[in-house]
Write a protein that binds this ligand. Structure first.
Ligand SMILES: [Zn+2]
Length: 425
């Protein structure tokens, strides 16, 4: 089932999204035209007044991927997985820094001293993290233009122990089966760094282990809990940690000490998420917040598999009869808008070549999605793909399996390069 289709009326007012089948009918009857390919949006040829439905935009921000889902009443109608480019930004800034450092070391003429005027604004984030906030916000604003969204929801923290700062000290207890247990689980996962404390295995489903077993009077307090893989938990059974780790008293002491130490606040509070939350609030729509524990609780309750977009649909308050009307999220990959660097250095930082300043050639730029109809020759036929300009009337058309040269007169623009790559799952 593909995503629902966005619809604008002729005055570009967003209307309720429609089923893809209905969109096909409207296009066939000539009542609508394609307004935009990604996200797929139609524009009607008349003005329409209708009552907008309750549509909530839900966001699950992550470090590499951010999931976004649109939930209308109890139906998930549209979803996207947004892939960030934080690592690329970091790499290119490192490269620039190293090249500058080398250049300044070479040219050692006298330089006047600078003032110590380099300050960072309040709320400054490293560019690679700021980019996550910016791309997510770009897409939220874009969706607000095409869809009558009337509220937002975002996963703000990984776990929420009802704002008790020191769960160990205040005696919070782990109750199985309730939402509270899920928050404690997320807390333990962060505290013990997603590692089995007994054998050190990672990347496995973990269980909550009572250090001093309950059957022998151990409490449910968070300071008596640790993380173990299934095998270790089974092997330990109802033994005390001292008996289970006989001969490994170093390990036992370390686990006991770490269990008593509360996790630093910083681990629960993620500056990028807070920045996103504060930016979303400025959009003027009500913003609901949720925790990672709640998302997981909802997802397990609905028996939904784990993915970024399905997590997004489970953020915050969720009705227990949530229906997924889509299972093909749009996959968006942030690619950036090229480089401003004109001088291309080699790996030692010496100038190698010079890039032209112009971006466009005959109305096209690198990365535009085009349809090509080549009338004759070896590559005659109809194609859809991205082009790369070479600043002469011969573009490289990149197809999944091959690439060849085409003259711009055979090209029609389908989607202008907007800094993202699009695909479907
Ligand atoms: Zn283990």
């Amino acid at each position: 089932m593909p995503n629902f289709v966005f619809v604008l009326d002729t005055t570009k007012k967003p209307l309720n999204p429609i089923h893809p089948g209905q969109a096909r009918r409207l296009l066939k009857q000539g009542k609508a035209a394609v307004f935009r390919r990604y996200p797929f949006t139609l524009i009607l040829k008349e003005e329409v007044t209708e009552t907008p439905k309750n549509i909530k935009l839900k966001i699950d921000p992550g470090s590499k991927f951010t999931g976004i889902a649109l939930v209308q009443e109890n139906q998930v109608i549209w979803a996207v997985e947004l892939q960030h480019r934080g690592q690329q930004i970091k790499d290119s800034l490192t490269s620039r820094r190293q090249i500058r450092r080398g250049r300044r070391g070479r040219k050692t003429r006298y330089r006047q001293r600078r003032f110590l005027n380099r300050k960072r604004r309040d709320g400054w984030l490293p560019p690679s993290l700021q980019h996550r906030v910016d791309t997510t916000l770009t897409w939220v604003k874009r969706l607000l233009r095409y869809c009558p969204i009337n509220s937002l929801a975002v996963e703000l923290v990984k776990f929420d122990l009802q704002k008790q700062e020191n769960p160990e000290i205040e005696g919070v207890e782990y109750q199985h089966g309730t939402l509270y247990g899920w928050e404690v689980r997320e807390y333990l996962l962060a505290k013990f760094n997603r590692t089995c404390q007994y054998c050190g295995v990672t990347n496995k489903p973990f269980e909550v282990d009572h250090i001093h077993p309950r059957s022998k009077g151990g409490s449910d307090r968070v300071s008596n809990l640790t993380l173990a893989c299934h095998d270790c938990n089974q092997a330990k059974g109802n033994q005390d940690i001292k008996d289970f780790l006989k001969g490994k008293s170093d390990l036992a002491n370390r686990i006991l000490k770490q269990a008593k130490t509360p996790l630093k606040d910083a681990a629960a509070v993620n500056s990028t998420r807070w920045k996103l939350f504060n930016s979303l609030k400025k959009l003027g729509l009500p913003v609901e917040t949720g925790s990672g524990g709640l998302t997981k609780f909802n997802r397990k309750g609905l028996k939904v598999p784990k993915s970024h977009w399905q997590d997004a649909a489970c953020v915050g308050q969720v009705s227990d009869n949530l229906v997924f009307r889509t299972n093909q999220p749009l996959l968006i990959k942030a690619t950036g808008h090229g480089t401003r660097q004109r001088c291309r250095p080699n790996k030692f930082g010496f100038p190698k070549s010079h890039a032209p300043k112009a971006k466009f050639f005959r109305g096209f730029q690198t990365g535009d999605l085009v349809s090509a109809s080549v009338p004759k020759g070896k590559f005659a036929g109809q194609y859809v793909g991205k082009i790369a300009t070479r600043f002469r009337p011969s573009f490289v058309l990149q197809l999944p399996d091959k690439k060849f040269d085409v003259h711009p007169k055979y090209l029609t623009l389908m989607h202008r390069n907007d800094g993202y790559n699009y695909a479907f799952q």
